[in-house]
Design a protein. Structure first.
Length: 333
């Protein structure tokens, strides 16, 4: 910062915006806690060109770029990452009254609102996977995904070729390319893009041919330069290893253990059945059975009936005449 000035800061803890004096240490006006100790060089800050408000950011720490401004709720359309400090400026689709900064493919004008640095070098459009958003920047390497913002294409033979710069992302492509290998932008208007390639991701080994038109594809390309086919610069993961097979010794031990358990179970069952014969509890359980009761009563009734018949017949015998011979009498009796 060249001169100290008053800036508008948004505190995400209290969700409030206030004016503070710019400097390395930015404090919350409400409770006095520190929002930054080395503004704007250490922590990532975001600046809204529409409402002229700075806000501390969690970008680069797993958080994706949000679609709107926290303060004015403006829908974000373009972003610019300063190459000199940690300020990520953004602008909405519409201009605000009195707006001082604006962003285009030429960078941010008149300069970075945080460090007031005018970006030098060519501005490129970088698709950052970490932010899940496109940003304009003059950095050679993105501060968030740590990937190179420029793509240098070299033909598979290793010899440099004539190049053409993509008007969309500023990536360098071979002069014969019909599509940009970084963003799939159409480089030659004479190519009918509806008749080439698909958006299907097909696995492609590094430095191999396009799976759609067999054109040689550079190793760091995302799309074929001839037909626009999406390619993937990584080999497919190896198949998972097969499950371990059980050895013959382990199978025999397991079988013997199962057979021993079965033998012990049946032996215990037989002992329990034999022991029930002299067990009073088992006899009591048999007597409680209704069928056993009916059979027992029937047997007792038959025994009583036979005894009654025997008693009656013994009393109704007729006395034999005395004239019968004693020998015959004894035989009859």
């Amino acid at each position: 910062m060249t001169d100290k000035k008053s800036i508008r800061v948004f505190c995400p803890v209290h969700e409030a915006a206030f004016e503070v004096e710019s400097g390395p240490k930015i404090l919350c006006e409400i409770t006095g806690h520190a929002l930054s100790t080395q503004f704007p060089d250490s922590e990532v800050w975001e600046y809204c060109c529409n409402c002229a408000t700075f806000a501390p950011s969690q970008l680069g720490k797993g958080e994706k770029a949000r679609p709107y401004c926290f303060t004015c709720q403006t829908e974000i359309s373009t972003r610019f990452a300063c190459s000199n400090c940690m300020i990520l400026s953004f602008e909405g689709k519409g201009k605000s009254k009195g707006q001082m900064y604006s962003i285009s493919d030429q960078g941010i004008v008149p300069a970075c609102p945080g460090c007031e640095h005018i970006s030098a070098g060519s501005i490129v459009s970088h698709a950052c996977d970490e932010l899940d958003a496109k940003i304009f920047t003059s950095r050679e390497k993105c501060s968030f995904c740590l990937e190179n913002t420029r793509v240098d294409f070299v033909m598979p033979g290793g010899a440099p070729a004539d190049t053409i710069v993509c008007q969309n992302c500023r990536a360098v492509n071979p002069a014969i390319a019909a599509f940009c290998g970084k963003c799939k932008y159409q480089l030659r208007s004479s190519v009918d893009i509806t008749s080439f390639g698909t958006d299907d991701r097909r696995t492609q080994l590094l430095g191999s041919l396009c799976p759609n038109c067999s054109t040689p594809v550079p190793t760091n390309s995302d799309f074929c330069g001839e037909c626009g086919q999406a390619v993937k610069s990584s080999a497919p993961p190896p198949p998972p290893p097969p499950p371990p097979r059980q050895s013959t010794g382990e199978s025999n031990i397991l079988k013997e253990a199962i057979d021993a358990g079965k033998s012990a179970y049946y032996a215990e069952k037989e002992n329990a059945t034999a022991g029930q014969l002299g067990n009073p509890t088992a006899i009591a359980n048999i007597l409680k059975d209704p069928i056993a009761k009916v059979i027992g009563i029937g047997v007792i009734g038959i025994i009583l009936f036979i005894g009654l018949i025997t008693a009656i017949s013994s009393k109704s015998r007729v006395p034999l005449p005395m004239s019968i011979s004693p020998i015959i009498r004894s035989r009859m009796l």
